[in-house]
Design a binder for this molecule. Sequence first.
Ligand code: NAG
Ligand code: NAG
Ligand code: NAG
Ligand code: NAG
Ligand code: NAG
Ligand code: NAG
Length: 368
Amino acid sequence: MGSFTNACNISLIFSVIWMLQMLITTGAEPQVPCYFIFGDSLVDNGNNNNLVTEAKVNYPPYGVDFPGGEATGRFSNGENTADIIGKLLGFTNYTPPHATASGRGIVKGINYGSGGAGILTETGRNLGGRITLDLQLSHHRSTVFKIIGLQGGNDTYTKHYLSKCIYTVGMGNNDYINNYFMPDKYNTSKIYTPEQYADVLIQKYTKQLRTLYTYGARKVAVFGLGLSGCTPAKISTFGANASGCVDKINAAVALFNDRLKPLVDGLNKNLTDAKYIYINTTNISLGDPSSAGFTVFLSPCCTASVDFGKGQCKPDQPPCSDRGKYIFWDEFHPTEKANMGTASRSYMAASPLDSYPMDIRTLALLKL
Ligand SMILES: *[C@@H]1O[C@H](CO)[C@@H](O)[C@H](O)[C@H]1NC(C)=O
Ligand SMILES: *[C@@H]1O[C@H](CO)[C@@H](O)[C@H](O)[C@H]1NC(C)=O
Ligand SMILES: *[C@@H]1O[C@H](CO)[C@@H](O)[C@H](O)[C@H]1NC(C)=O
Ligand SMILES: *[C@@H]1O[C@H](CO)[C@@H](O)[C@H](O)[C@H]1NC(C)=O
Ligand SMILES: *[C@@H]1O[C@H](CO)[C@@H](O)[C@H](O)[C@H]1NC(C)=O
Ligand SMILES: CC(=O)N[C@H]1CO[C@H](CO)[C@@H](O)[C@@H]1O
């Protein structure tokens, strides 16, 4: 226990590559008509680029392994988890960021993800501008009206169309990293015990996930939080415990994660024509990283420091050359290869504990 990895075994990585190959060569139709993405820097694909914030990364070496080596605003050397899930669902183009999405293409989905954003409005304000989950939902409400217009103004038709799509939501990391565990800038840790704080977050998250339902979502995957206490940034700030990680952060985050399965159960019980699933990032991220070829677990691949952009890569510094061996790209964010492990196991579970009560692939095929 304790070693943080987003690792999966080698055969899984090969099976993902094989699936991607199949999709590209057969040009198959996507399994669902659209894919909408809500979340933080783990999925942001450029929404923060024009905000005044420290949480933006549209400069090299970010994107060094992205097609064209382009720094798009993704917090990785290449693709993020949402990009890879989109490919696995059969989409041939990347889901556009909300900041620049326009035209008919929006009927296939939008990525609303924003670095620094959280469930709570105040979360991430230490970094500057960000698009909170409430605001992401409000943007989605406008998108739904636009889609109704693009589809001929028949709400019944659009409602049915949107019910077949996949929605992924991954929020809460910043409510810990850029809120609760930043006591000089936020008062939440003085007001709430970790248990109470997890309850506060879950209460608000429940409302937000229900709001998504009112905008037509019926197939929703909710991502659990990773082991934030194992990121290089937090270890250098707080110091590691015997586990190799900052135990108090992982323990607090686990209280939030423990409430997600009951949350999903509650939503499925109350909203009987919808299906919410829980992606258990804890089970996905633990395990033996060396089996997937990772050899560097705690140092970031790029030249990063907690003083610069809160652990992001310094601009224009050459990154490590053997990126397939690193779990972390910068002090917080995984490499593309680690993202591939998370995405492939959320899409197709490698263990019964990876997702509950089913994986994204099964959810996509489900007839509701
Ligand atoms: C609207 O769409 C529904 C479902 O596709 C269809 O049954 C209905 O006839 C449409 N209504 C109009 C006015 O076209
Ligand atoms: C905590 O901070 C928030 C603003 O972030 C403020 O609205 C609230 O009144 C504060 N609560 C206490 C008890 O200090
Ligand atoms: C973890 O380390 C901190 C700081 O060194 C220490 O205060 C704390 O007691 C340790 N926690 C555990 C569970 O060992
Ligand atoms: C489900 O409905 C019950 C009864 O109205 C309510 O107490 C509970 O909070 C709801 N749960 C969710 C997750 O919506
Ligand atoms: C998630 O994975 C962890 C680690 O294997 C496990 O302890 C926990 O029970 C899992 N949670 C669910 C809801 O399956
Ligand atoms: C790291 C970890 O706990 N992984 C577990 C995921 O779930 C399977 C059971 O389905 C376990 O065998 C793994 O050890």
